[in-house]
Design a protein around this ligand. Structure first.
Ligand code: ADP
Ligand code: MN
Length: 407
């Protein structure tokens, strides 16, 4: 049982901001985020179960209290998290500092935008309620959990990458990126990728044996003509014993899941800008074969009588708050709260709804592959406005590419 105090940096992020954490077992992924992302998860898990199925399981939020108010972060944060390990204290301080810096940068950007707008004499005006960094984090299922050597690809979706509230400068910058990357030609680009024993040259592997493709790879190397071959490098890898047959099987599995994503997006009313599809599969060919063999018609069927199914809405237990005494407060759906100390079990996050038994949790391990929709910092529900064709274009391109790889 992981201790809250043992949260540690998450090392497998292939793109995005720093500051992500996970528990020692690696089951949870914790990411500092904006309120908009929390709202999007909440709504999905409450009202859109098919859509929620595409997302990592959402377990709630974590809050560092008063971080927006912190004047002397070094002093205040460690005092508030007395019970934590030194490591997590440092991480908390780092996150709080980052938050303060983000707020300052957002303020500066707002002023610059206002100035630019007045100079250009255009009618755009900065949105007062514009979402800026918050002190909150989402607590999610870690998509890389259960793999021996997870290969991971972050495909950032959209031709248009900016949301309605983006300032002119950002729109122009992102449109320029679209123009010169596969966001333009295919409606997605590789934002980051890591492949166990990948690439041509072992000198390029990191300590754990991964070839890591950073964001520049998807911006400068990948183009409309080589994109299929670049994704081929993700799937097929003789150095890790992933031969043609095995690679094709993986590609086919992704095609099936991608078609499900297409189907659900086509019947949902969302607008997501710069969301991603996170592809993960077992990058060690031997472990992959073993996982496939282990996968099973023989897994015992869930006993319907064992426990009542948990209504989706009650699986969402958000608003977990850390107070100054180092306690966490779990608001319950009915308005009551549970208090617990920080040193308690991280799984306490699940109290409000889910009571998965260990058996169920581990029933599907080791894992073969996973496809998840992530990154909803600029996503909204738009009832009545129809499907998100901007994101769907990218999904459909990915279907064609993975179909090609499965041939
Ligand atoms: P950002 O807003 O910083 O781009 P993302 O949600 O895109 O945040 O996450 C950044 C990176 O973290 C992703 O590219 C992916 O590698 C990793 N990541 C995100 N969500 C999960 C998750 N639930 N499980 C595992 N890794 C994740
Ligand atoms: Mn991202």
């Amino acid at each position: 049982i992981p201790k809250h105090a043992d949260l540690q940096p998450y090392n497998f992020a292939v793109a995005g901001h720093d500051g992500t954490l996970c528990d020692p077992e690696g089951e949870l992924f914790i990411k500092p985020c904006v309120q908009q992302e929390i709202d999007f998860y909440e709504k999905a898990f409450k009202d859109h179960p098919a859509f929620a199925d595409l997302m990592p399981e959402y377990l709630g939020t974590l809050v560092l209290n008063d971080a927006s108010d912190v004047h002397d972060i070094e002093e205040q944060i460690p005092a508030a998290v007395e019970h934590m390990t030194q490591h997590f204290k440092e991480e908390a301080v780092r996150m709080a500092k980052q938050h303060a810096a983000d707020v300052a940068a957002a303020e500066a950007a707002k002023e610059a935008d206002a100035l630019a707008a007045s100079k250009d004499n255009v009618s755009w005006k900065p949105n007062k309620s514009r979402k800026i960094a918050t002190d909150k984090s989402v607590v999610l299922e870690n998509a890389a959990y259960g793999f021996k050597r997870p290969n991971i690809l972050d495909a950032k979706l959209g031709q248009r990458l900016w949301a309605d509230d983006a300032p002119m400068e950002k729109r122009k910058r992102f449109d320029e990126i679209t123009k010169v990357t596969t966001n333009g030609s295919h409606g997605f680009r590789i934002a980051g990728m890591r492949v166990y024993k990948g690439g041509e040259n072992p000198d390029e592997w990191d300590q754990e044996g991964y070839k890591v493709y950073h964001k520049d790879h998807g911006r400068l190397v990948v183009n409309k003509d080589n994109v299929v071959d670049e994704i081929r490098k993700f799937i097929f890898n003789p150095r890790a014993n992933i031969d043609e047959d095995l690679g094709r099987a993986v590609a086919e599995a992704f095609v099936n899941d991608l078609k499900r994503v297409e189907q659900v997006l086509a019947s949902s009313e969302t607008r997501m800008y710069s969301a991603s599809l996170l592809f993960t599969f077992e990058g060690d060919g031997d472990a992959l074969r073993a996982a496939i063999e282990n996968q099973t018609p023989t897994t015992p069927p869930k006993e319907a009588t064992e426990k009542e199914p948990v209504p989706l809405a009650s699986r969402v237990d958000s608003g977990i708050v850390m107070d100054g005494e180092g306690e966490i407060i779990l608001p319950q759906g009915n308005g009551t709260t549970i208090n617990g100390v920080i040193e308690g079990d991280v799984k306490v996050l699940r109290l409000a709804g889910e009571a998965e038994s260990d058996d169920e949790e581990f029933a599907s391990l080791p894992k073969i592959y996973s496809l998840k929709l992530i990154d909803f910092a600029h996503a909204t529900w738009v009832p009545g406005q129809g499907p998100d064709e901007n994101s769907l274009f990218g999904v459909r391109s990915l279907i064609k590419i993975f179909e090609e790889l499965a041939k």
